[in-house]
Write a protein that binds this ligand. Structure first.
Ligand code: UDP
Ligand code: MG
Length: 286
């Protein structure tokens, strides 16, 4: 639970959500009022071209930030968070996919945990996406050393101080949510997952479906930033073993050691020491 004097900022990015935006805001407000919290609701209208702006004009006591043109989900979230003032930031979408009535449960865990994330159950995945998602979750979990049930859920609450710490890492398009998840786990912040249903969206998604390689590259970039040794030493080990195998083969079959074996081994050693140096640089910065 939040402390007495702690304010909550609810930030909702919206792009062409005329159907659901007003209802979403009103339902969120109902939940927050029932908790008797000090809160503010900030809606970032990300250059919508439908009736979103008009719908929002009918809702009072909210702060609406109108982006003159579309800048993307992550960038809109960043704008909303920057202009908010709460010690805690909660984010949710305005496409009616997330269970607004679960907000109190998230808030209950905030404080004991630094971030509380909705773990989306029964996501409707296209064929072929399930194994890809499974692999990405396993990879991310292996690299951070903890189980990550949902990497990029858009319903979550986190401390402002946590967002501030990783601010420079947040991308404008892909993916604010994955980045803050990986950053929190890599830096031993306490993360709580709450199981939530994930409903069918009303209206069309404004986010281009990201492919497997966008995810892989994001995971690698973020983890390399926090845990270079963990990321690079398995790669170095693979090169080292390959070199060693080649060396033994060369020696037993030909009676001399070829250049490739030496190159592989030297490359592995160099990579390993580069990772060690990166690790030292990170530790010194803290
Ligand atoms: N959104 C936004 N700017 C964009 C795209 C989306 O502010 O350029 C909003 C959108 O209205 C929604 C949230 O960000 O409230 C998540 O987007 P969406 O539901 O389209 O993404 P998905 O859930 O399909 O990944
Ligand atoms: Mg959505």
């Amino acid at each position: 639970m939040l402390k007495q004097n702690e304010k909550l900022s609810l930030v909702i990015p919206v792009y062409n959500e005329e159907k659901m935006v007003a209802e979403t805001v009103l339902k969120c407000r109902e939940q927050l009022n029932s908790l008797g919290l000090d809160y503010e609701i900030i809606v970032v209208n990300d250059g919508s071209r439908d009736g979103t702006k008009a719908s929002l004009a009918k809702v009072d006591s909210i702060k609406v930030l109108n982006n003159p043109y579309n800048i993307g989900y992550g960038a809109s979230l960043k704008r909303g968070i920057k202009e908010s003032s709460g010690a805690w930031v909660m984010i949710i979408d305005a496409d009616s996919t997330y269970p607004i009535d679960k907000i109190p449960e998230f808030i209950r865990y905030a404080g004991e945990y630094d971030m509380v994330v909705g773990n989306r159950q029964h996501q409707r995945d296209h064929f072929g996406r399930k194994p890809a998602k499974w692999f990405l979750k396993k990879l991310a979990s292996f690299l951070v050393g903890k189980t990550i049930p949902d990497l990029n859920s858009g319903m979550r609450i986190f401390r402002r101080s946590v967002a501030d710490e990783f601010w420079h890492l947040f991308p404008s398009r892909f993916s604010f949510t994955s980045t803050i998840t990986l950053a929190c786990f890599s830096n031993d912040y306490f993360v709580k997952y709450v199981d939530i249903p994930y409903y069918k969206r009303v209206g069309k998604s404004g986010i281009k479906i990201r492919n497997f390689f966008d995810f892989i590259s994001l995971i690698i970039r973020v983890i390399i930033y926090f845990k270079p040794l963990k990321m690079l030493s398995p790669v170095a080990a693979i090169f080292f073993i390959a070199g060693l195998v080649k060396l033994v083969k060369d020696f037993t079959i030909n009676g001399y050691i070829g250049t490739l074996a030496l190159l592989l081994i030297l490359f592995a050693i160099q990579m390993f020491f580069m990772a060690v140096i990166s690790e030292v640089i990170i530790k010194r910065q803290k």
